[in-house]
Design a protein around this ligand. Structure first.
Ligand SMILES: Cc1cc2nc3c(=O)[nH]c(=O)nc-3n(C[C@H](O)[C@H](O)[C@H](O)COP(=O)(O)O)c2cc1C
Length: 366
């Protein structure tokens, strides 16, 4: 079955993309994911000066199910890529050359400087990447340099920085949103005013994964100390779905959505699509299951389309959005349904009564 979809003029072989993070951390793993069947990938976020990016160990924490021990929530305090931009530029070129039909998206982040954002945009663009994702949403570490979610939490900055990138970008630009705000529509609409062609949502949710009761130290603990991190995996899916539905209902026509957050199966991915996402990104799911999970994503989507008679992936996008309403409307629908049922019951009663009367008449007519 044809699982392709065209988004912002780019043809994706299928709607499944690696989300920015460890699964897309260099050319080798990007190539491996395309070989496995991913339609596209958002590479790990890059910046101009990797020497300023210093990662810590440990930087991950897990929340496990009490019953099955399965990982249900995942926290990270990982920064953006600490690999030099020159290396990345070579690798972007190489990946695009080897995989011209897969979609490669460069995720970029910089300090609050028009010159820096535009320089990074131009140098990435020259490598032949297909689109940009602006990282306005990493909620830890980079924020201390006023980057990442420090920009995404302030709609005026989101709009301004997006417009800087759009001034020089010749390819589509998606803005990746932080969920750590009250209303995701505000920064998203600001990015759209700045010229964004699409919105990616969500990045991780600020979290503290736990506290070690022996040492009394919050986790993950680095030399005895920690910072709040970003929460992902299946525990965040309902929140991500809610935010994607708000975008599906609230973005102007033509602005596309890339849904992210807790996708681990085709079922999860289809839910995002039904709520308005035309592509779906997976990060933690790939870290936990490996790149081959895309096989189930493709098979499950094809099966769903066949069963529900969808002729194209695009037809699925937003199909469940008309079923959001207001509480008042739910109440009046419930009352109408009750009245309808009561009416049916009394009609049934009348017919039963009529039946008995007619039968009695038949019996007594002799
Ligand atoms: C270890 C780790 C590193 C990440 N690094 C980045 C990053 O460099 N840039 C970015 O935009 N998002 C990054 N993310 C966020 C993911 O792309 C994604 O938005 C988030 O984890 C929710 O999706 P998921 O549940 O599929 O992981 C990272 C996530 C994890 C778990």
């Amino acid at each position: 079955m044809d699982l392709s979809i065209t988004v912002n003029g780019i043809k994706f072989p299928n709607p499944f993309l690696l989300g920015s993070g460890p699964p897309g951390t260099n050319a080798r793993v990007l190539a491996k994911s395309f070989d496995a069947g991913w339609g596209g990938a958002v590479a790990k976020t890059v910046s101009l000066e990797s020497s300023k990016v210093v990662n810590v160990v440990p930087r991950y924490g897990k929340l496990r199910s009490r019953e099955t021990n399965e990982v249900i929530g995942f926290q990270n305090i990982e920064l953006i890529s600490d690999r030099p931009i020159e290396v990345w530029l070579e690798e972007f070129k190489q990946v695009k050359k080897e995989y011209p039909n897969n979609v490669l998206i460069a995720s970029i982040m910089e300090e609050y400087s028009k010159e820096r954002w535009q320089e990074l945009t131009k140098m990435d663009q020259e490598t032949g990447v297909d689109a940009f994702e602006l990282n306005f949403s990493c909620p830890h570490g980079m924020t201390e340099r006023k980057m990442g979610s420090e920009m995404g939490e302030h709609p005026d900055l989101t709009e301004e920085v997006t417009s800087w990138v759009k001034e020089v970008a010749k390819i589509p630009v998606w803005a990746k949103m932080t969920p750590n705000i009250t209303n995701i529509k505000e920064p998203s609409l600001a990015a759209v005013r700045g010229g964004a062609d699409g919105i990616s949502a969500i990045n991780t949710i600020l979290s503290v994964i736990g506290v070690n009761l022996d040492t009394l130290r919050p986790m993950p603990t680095v030399e005895g100390y920690t910072v709040p991190g970003g929460y992902s995996a299946q525990a965040v899916k309902p929140i991500a779905l809610r935010m994607v539905s708000q975008l599906g209902l609230g973005l102007p026509e033509g602005i596309t959505i890339s849904g992210i957050g807790g996708v681990e199966s085709s079922r999860d991915a289809i839910e995002f699509m039904l709520l308005g996402a035309s592509t779906v990104q997976v990060c933690t799911g790939v870290m936990l299951q490996g790149v081959k999970m895309v096989e189930e994503l493709q098979e499950g989507l094809a099966k769903f389309m066949a069963e529900k008679c969808f002729n194209s992936v695009a037809d699925i996008v937003g199909k469940s959005l008309p079923y959001f309403s207001t509480h008042m409307d739910l109440v009046s629908r419930m009352k109408a349904a009750k009245r309808h049922k009561a009416g049916e019951a009394s009609r049934d009663n009348e017919w039963a009564q009529k039946d008995i009367t007619e039968k009695t008449a038949e019996l007594t007519s002799d």
